[in-house]
Design a protein. Structure first.
Length: 306
C-alpha cells in the first residue's frame, strides 16, 4: 500500500488524468453496452413479435373464413361422402394455407400448429412443450396470449400461442362422442381420437413459431458495431482532452515550475508570459509579481548591507 501511494504521488498530472479518463471510458462502455444490449434485445423481440402476430391474425382469418364460408357449403357432404372432407375443418385450412406460405422464399423455417391435447388428426398432437402451454391456458383462464423462445437444433425459435377454446356448439358435432360424429369422419380417422370435448373447454393452443436466430445475431452485430464506435469516440475524446490540457495546462505549468526553480536559485532575469486571462494567466501574473517583489526585496537587502 505504501509503495502504491508513493507511486501515485510520483505520477504526473497528465498520467493521472489519463488513468481517470480510461476508468471513466471503461465504465461508460460497460454500462452503455449493458443498456444497449437490453434495448436491442427488446427491439429484436418486438420485431419478431410483430411478424408472428401478423401471421397469427392471418391464420385466424383463414379459420374464420373456413367456419363461415366453407363449412356451410360442404357440411351436408360429411354425411353422404365416404371419405371425410378435411377442408371443412378450420385447423386443417389454416395449416394448409400456412404450408403454401412456407414455400415462399425466406419463410421455410416458420411454423404454424394448432397444438391439441386430443386431436382428431394426430399431426396436431401437442408435444410435451406445447402441452404445458395448453395446461397453462387451462389453469389461467385470464391469459389470452403467451410468448417466448424455444430452442431447437437449428437455433432459437420465437413462439406466440393463443388458447383454442370450443366456443360454438357446432364444433361438438365432430368432437362430442363418436356416435354423434359424421360417418365419414369415423371412417377416415376412427373412433379413438378427438372426442369428449366440452363447450368452452380449452383443448389446444394456436401457435406461430418464427425463427429468431438471425434477428438476434443481427442485434448482436449492431451492438458490437455501436460499442466499437463508442470506444473510438471515447478514445478520440481522450486524445482531444489530452491535447487541450497539454496546450493550456500542463505545458504552462511545466514552464512556470522551471521559472520558479530558476527564481529559487536567484535568477530573476526572466518572467513567464501567458497570453490568456484564465486561471493559468492568473497564476503566471502572481508568479511574475512574486518575482518582482523578490527582486525589490533583494535590492533593499543589498542596499542595507552596503
Amino acid at each position: 500500500m505504501i509503495k502504491d501511494n508513493h507511486l501515485l504521488k510520483n505520477l504526473k498530472i497528465a498520467t493521472k488524468l489519463n488513468i481517470l479518463l480510461t476508468i471513466i471510458a471503461v465504465v461508460t462502455v460497460f454500462l452503455s453496452g449493458g443498456v444497449l444490449s437490453w434495448i436491442l434485445s427488446n427491439n429484436a423481440e418486438s420485431v419478431v413479435t410483430d411478424k408472428a402476430l401478423v401471421l397469427m391474425e392471418t391464420m385466424s382469418a383463414v379459420r374464420n373464413y373456413t367456419t363461415t364460408k366453407i363449412n356451410p357449403e360442404l357440411a351436408d357432404r360429411l354425411e353422404t361422402d365416404y371419405q371425410f372432407l378435411p377442408q371443412t375443418v378450420p385447423a386443417f385450412s389454416a395449416r394448409e394455407v400456412f404450408e403454401y406460405f412456407r414455400e415462399q422464399g425466406g419463410y421455410k423455417d416458420f411454423f404454424y400448429k394448432e397444438a391439441t391435447l386430443n386431436p382428431t388428426n394426430l399431426r396436431d398432437k401437442a408435444d410435451d412443450f406445447e402441452a404445458k402451454i395448453v395446461e397453462k391456458f387451462r389453469n389461467e383462464r385470464e391469459l389470452d396470449q403467451v410468448s417466448g423462445f424455444r430452442s431447437f437444433s437449428s437455433g432459437n425459435i420465437f413462439y406466440i400461442a393463443r388458447p383454442l377454446e370450443v366456443s360454438k356448439e357446432s364444433c361438438l358435432r365432430c368432437h362430442s362422442v363418436p356416435e354423434a360424429a359424421p360417418q365419414s369422419l369415423l371412417t377416415t380417422y376412427g373412433r379413438e381420437n378427438g372426442f369428449n370435448w366440452k363447450l368452452h373447454e380449452i383443448v389446444g393452443a394456436q401457435m406461430i413459431l418464427v425463427p429468431a436466430t438471425s434477428i438476434l445475431e443481427s442485434a448482436k452485430r449492431l451492438q458490437v458495431s455501436v460499442t466499437v464506435i463508442l470506444i473510438g469516440c471515447l478514445g478520440f475524446a481522450i486524445f482531444l482532452i489530452n491535447f487541450f490540457l497539454r496546450f493550456s495546462v500542463t505545458n504552462p505549468l511545466k514552464k512556470m515550475a522551471q521559472l520558479a526553480q530558476r527564481i529559487s536559485t536567484g535568477d530573476l532575469s526572466q518572467e513567464f508570459v501567458h497570453p490568456y486571462n484564465d486561471e493559468m494567466g492568473m497564476l503566471a501574473s502572481s508568479l511574475n509579481r512574486m518575482k518582482v517583489s523578490l527582486d525589490i526585496a533583494m535590492d533593499m537587502l543589498n542596499s542595507e548591507t552596503e
